[in-house]
Design a protein around this ligand. Structure first.
Ligand code: GLC
Ligand code: CA
Length: 533
């Protein structure tokens, strides 16, 4: 098979959570115009592409992953003209643009769902979603025991305007996110057309939301009472995840995408445990990439990380696909905090970044990680917006803590996220101005400058990005590997300093490192280096 240089094989792709990136008009929500204004910062950072989370018309019951119109921009985020202007400005800066496509479910405010509710059971309108009669004499029991990923049952019962209860509909997520019925050809045609709509506008690809979820076991069988219904614990045994039928959808989409010039790419968000099962989404006639959640969820531990790296490379290599690496996104606790928080968390996060950027394949960066932002764990309860909070009976705070708007400038809130005096949709913690882009830009040793430096080297050095890697001998708790002869990365995941055999110069370091001298280098704990012999 030909391994020509597809841009996505080694790209650094920066995830923009649209609502929290930059607010151009002061209404408290990030928007497309805000992104366009700040694109030069991303080009300066040195990324190759951006991925925009959903900006479509939406009631924002799940931050926009509840789409009411797949072909238009929500007025809060701008207009289609703003989108076109953003795309053109990004392309002028050589930044590619990937957008999010949400095919598992729509918003309950989508025209199709409203028509379905108004129509009769058994009607073509209902057949676009998964409506079923309830169990029990009056149908008062849900059709099965599936649970919503956000908590509570995955079924909600409709009521007629006069209050008479009738059929139930399936929603793997919030009740405002009804699941489509992908056995219905109309659903296929609709999404073919949605893809074409955006391909024609010029997008460089799609991130496919819940890519493992669209096809359900037609028998809708009960799940085990103790089955995990948490997305992050993705399982291959649930009757609504990773069903073989989803691959047919991707073969059809791949053919559509291939009709368009310009090497467009699709990346799967598939929380599937087994690397070989994920690789099935990346067969040559399906998708191009999948997020590596096994890597994201791996602990800061040398042995585990090495296993995950090996497994990912082997599984993806077997289908000719590049591996991808990711540490954070809008659904998980930011990795500074996952790795212990505070100074230690940040030290590890910086080391983890150098490790990730040295691995073969492409990387996904989440907005704010280049500033070393931690998770905000103490948002006031009345500010919480993630549906998880209410659906879990207020026991799980959800994902708002990684979605707090970005600080751009020093000083008090809104720290340049929006015009002075505006109130961001989630409050910025006190002191976040000190983490802002302005306060780190040009400051030696800052996390922002570490990212810029490493991303620049990653572009310049042939050895990095796509290609082979070889593990080298290393002491306990240390990962040490070579990309091409002479270009190496070492990471000390332990807390004590470790000695490694090395010569030459340190190209990049996540902390303070002396040497190498006399054929060896002392690597402090929780620190990574790139070395050139
Ligand atoms: C994906 C998104 C997440 C969303 C869910 C439902 O996992 O990343 O934010 O809540 O899908 O669309
Ligand atoms: Ca705004």
């Amino acid at each position: 098979m030909e391994l020509q240089a597809h841009w996505w094989r080694d790209a650094a792709i920066y995830q923009i959570y649209v609502r929290s990136f930059a607010d151009s008009n002061g209404d408290g929500e990030g928007d497309l115009a805000g992104i366009r204004e700040r694109l030069p910062h991303l080009s300066e950072l040195g990324v190759d592409a951006i991925w925009l989370t959903p900006f479509y018309v939406s009631p924002l019951a799940d931050g926009g992953y509840d789409v009411a119109d797949y072909r238009d921009v929500d007025p809060r985020f701008g207009t289609l003209e703003d989108f076109d202007a953003l795309l053109a400005a990004a392309h002028d800066l050589d930044l590619r643009v990937i957008i999010d496509i949400v095919p598992n479910h729509s918003s309950s405010a989508h025209r199709w769902f409203r028509e379905a509710v108004a129509a009769e059971p058994g009607s073509p309108e209902r057949a676009r979603y998964l409506f079923r009669d309830g169990l029990g004499p009056d149908g008062e029991q849900p059709p099965n025991n599936w649970k919503s990923i956000f908590g509570g049952p995955a079924w909600t019962r409709l009521k007629r305007p006069d209050g008479t209860p009738e059929q139930w509909y399936l929603h793997l997520f919030d009740a405002e996110q009804p699941d489509f019925d992908w056995t219905n050809p109309e659903v296929h045609d609709e999404f073919d057309d949605v893809l074409r709509f955006w391909l024609e506008r010029g997008v460089d690809g799609f991130r496919i939301d819940v890519a493992h979820g669209m096809v359900k076991d037609p028998a809708l069988p009960d799940i085990a009472e103790n089955a995990k219904a948490d997305l992050l614990d993705g399982s291959t045994t649930l009757p609504y995840f990773d069903q073989d039928g989803v691959h047919e959808i991707y073969r059809r989409w791949a053919a559509i995408v291939a009709e368009y010039p310009g090497d467009r790419a699709m990346v799967a968000e598939a929380w599937v445990e087994d690397a070989d099962r994920i690789a099935r989404y990346l067969r040559p006639d399906e998708l191009h990439q999948a997020f590596n959640f096994e890597y994201l969820t791996a602990p800061w531990e040398a042995g585990r990380l090495r296993e995950v790296v090996d497994r990912s490379l082997a599984a993806n290599g077997a289908v000719g696909a590049p591996s991808t690496w990711v540490l954070s996104n809008h659904d998980v606790t930011r990795h500074v905090t996952r790795f212990g928080g505070g100074e230690q968390g940040l030290r590890r996060a910086r080391a983890a970044t150098l490790l990730m950027l040295a691995l073969p394949g492409s990387v996904y960066l989440y907005q704010g990680e280049e500033l070393g932002l931690p998770e905000v764990t103490d948002l006031p309860e009345d500010a919480l917006q993630d549906p998880t909070w209410e659906r879990s009976g207020r026991t799980e705070r959800g994902r708002d803590g990684c979605r707090v708007p970005l600080p751009w400038t020093e000083g008090p809130s809104p720290c340049g996220f929006g015009p002075e005096g505006s109130e961001p949709w989630l409050p910025l913690p006190e002191g976040w101005g000190g983490l802002s882009r302005a306060s780190q830009r040009g400051v030696e040793g800052s996390t922002l400058e570490l990212y810029r430096h490493a991303l620049r080297l990653r572009r310049e050095l042939e050895a990095l990005g796509d290609g082979p890697m070889t593990w080298l001998d290393a002491p306990e708790n240390v990962l040490y590997f070579e990309r091409e002869p002479g270009v190496r990365c070492a990471v000390n995941l332990g807390e004590e300093p470790a000695e490694i055999a090395a010569d030459g110069e340190v190209l990049a370091a996540s902390g303070t490192v002396e040497g190498p001298s006399g054929g060896s280098l002392t690597l402090p704990g929780d620190t990574a280096v790139w070395i050139r012999a």
